[in-house]
Design a protein around this ligand. Structure first.
Ligand SMILES: [Zn+2]
Length: 124
């Protein structure tokens, strides 16, 4: 589902986030082979015995935002919407939206891995 505005229930939002994350990785030991789902909706890494929820994987550990708000903020961030637009969609305050954007930005990989230097091309 591409229209995240239509998702209004927590269960749907959680399912969508879970689907987008793909194979889960333990936030503590980065192990992905021993992550199991617990009955209460949390996840358990049997390698390091760490329990976590989906918010922890998104960098929003112990955050009070609902999954619906979180999904809308992530959508706003990913589709390069302004803070103001994201704030309106997710119905959060401006400081909350700003903090969420900076948390998401912190998850992006470093720029060191990107191509750099001179580029030589042949003209045909
Ligand atoms: Zn682990």
């Amino acid at each position: 589902m591409n229209n995240y505005i239509q998702i209004t229930s927590e269960i749907q939002a959680k399912q969508e986030i879970r689907k987008q994350l793909g194979r889960l990785r333990c936030p503590l030991c980065q192990c992905q082979h021993y992550v199991k789902k617990l009955p209460e909706g949390r996840y358990f890494c049997s390698s390091c015995r760490h329990k976590f929820n989906l918010k922890a994987l998104l960098g929003f550990k112990s955050c009070r935002l609902t999954y619906v708000q979180l999904l809308r903020i992530i959508h706003g961030f990913a589709s390069r919407k302004t803070l103001q637009a994201t704030q309106d969609i997710a119905r959060v305050s401006y400081p909350t939206a700003r903090l969420a954007f900076s948390r998401l930005r912190a998850l992006l990989p470093d720029k060191q891995g990107q191509l750099a230097g001179d580029i030589i091309t042949d003209v045909m």
